[in-house]
Design a protein around this ligand. Structure first.
Ligand SMILES: Nc1ncnc2c1ncn2[C@@H]1O[C@H](COP(=O)(O)OP(=O)(O)OP(=O)(O)O)[C@@H](O)[C@H]1O
Ligand SMILES: N[C@@H](CCO)C(=O)O
Length: 319
């Protein structure tokens, strides 16, 4: 279970007393995530989620809270940090930065289908448009500099064919970007996998986990979403019906430039590589700790997606 920081009953009671949330009724660690510690917190006024940030220091968190506040202001159902009795939205809890947010109704999808892909495509385009005027431009902490450094440091752990795939794909992307420095950017979610959404039936009810948000290429974010929502995880191949449903809904809301159309195959591949690499890094970092290793996502899924995108990438147009 991914609860890296454990809270006692008295910790939680004291914390809840610092918000306008009534009395603590119960709380439960959430097993789903891998990056942060999350708890469901039930009080006499409702249900909330406590997040303790395991990867960021206190000063790094406000950017993410500001992104969410910006999107909430524009009408998206996203988890804005609640204000405590001292007027603060961010605090330290057991030496980790922490926030409390509303717990949304709706459930995680077990898998995607054409209807949920269509919902996501439309919402993603609107998110990209809404993020354009967010004034803070933060680089991704898992962006170009990170994948250069990590691909070098992890090489010795890989089979020669894996290292070759990794390095050749990064080189190919760098070559492409050298001639396309003006590719459109916006504020992107950066990790909009379907387990970071909640649905009421086939209707999208909330988008969560904005802690990979950054200022980056619009098409990169679309590629992250397509790779997760539209791939067969056992083969890495795209499910073309889901792909068309997601893209059609996206393109109805936002028309990509000609340069973005050209960039699309590169973005699909580098987006697959980014998650292959982060999973490899987490996997190798946890390999001496069986409990932690068991919580990690399988890197092979994204190796297969990358290999599938190297074999074939569809165009961005849908007929
Ligand atoms: N505001 C919320 N309302 C309802 N459920 C939530 C909320 N926040 C988190 N959850 C639940 O907790 C799970 C884990 O949360 P989250 O994805 O933010 O954790 P994480 O460690 O950052 O995960 P990962 O990095 O693996 O995506 C979610 O999949 C969702 O089921
Ligand atoms: N969504 C990521 C984990 C959290 O960043 C993955 O599946 O590898």
């Amino acid at each position: 279970m991914a609860v890296y920081t454990s809270l006692s009953d008295s910790d939680m009671r004291a914390l809840v007393a610092d918000y306008y949330l009534g009395e603590l009724v119960s709380y439960q660690g959430i097993s789903g995530g891998v990056e942060n510690t999350n708890y469901f917190v039930n009080t006499t006024t409702g249900k909330y989620v406590l997040t303790l940030f395991e990867e960021f220091e206190f000063d790094e968190v406000p950017y993410f809270l500001d992104v969410v506040a910006h999107l909430k202001h524009k009408g998206f159902n996203v988890p804005a940090a609640l204000i405590d009795i001292h007027g603060e939205r961010l605090r330290m809890v057991n030496e980790r930065p922490a926030i409390m947010v509303d717990c949304f109704s709706g459930s995680e999808l077990k898998t995607t289908n054409e209807a949920t892909c269509k919902e996501m495509g439309a919402a993603l385009a609107k998110l990209h448009i809404a993020g354009e005027d967010f004034p803070q431009h933060r680089e991704s902490h898992r962006g170009v500099a990170w994948w250069h450094a990590t691909s070098q440091s992890i090489q010795s752990e890989l089979e020669p064919e894996q290292a070759n795939l990794l390095l050749s794909q990064i080189a190919e992307f760098d070559d492409f970007m050298a001639d396309h420095a003006d590719l459109p950017k916006t504020t992107i979610h950066g990790d909009l996998f379907y387990n970071n959404t909640l649905f009421d039936g086939e209707s999208l009810s909330a988008i969560i986990d904005f802690y990979n948000a950054c200022h980056s290429w619009v098409m990169y974010d679309l590629a992250i979403v397509v790779n997760d929502w539209c791939s067969d995880m056992t083969t890495g191949e795209l499910d073309m019906a889901k792909y068309r449903a997601l893209l059609k809904a996206y393109l109805y809301e936002r028309e990509p430039s000609a340069e973005e159309v050209v960039a699309w195959p590169y973005m699909l591949r580098i987006a697959a590589l980014r998650f292959w690499l982060s999973r490899l890094e987490a996997w190798h970092g946890a390999k001496h700790d069986p409990e932690r290793l068991a919580q990690q996502h399988d890197p092979l899924e994204f190796q297969r997606i990358l290999e599938a995108r190297v074999r074939y990438t569809p165009t961005l147009e849908v007929s």
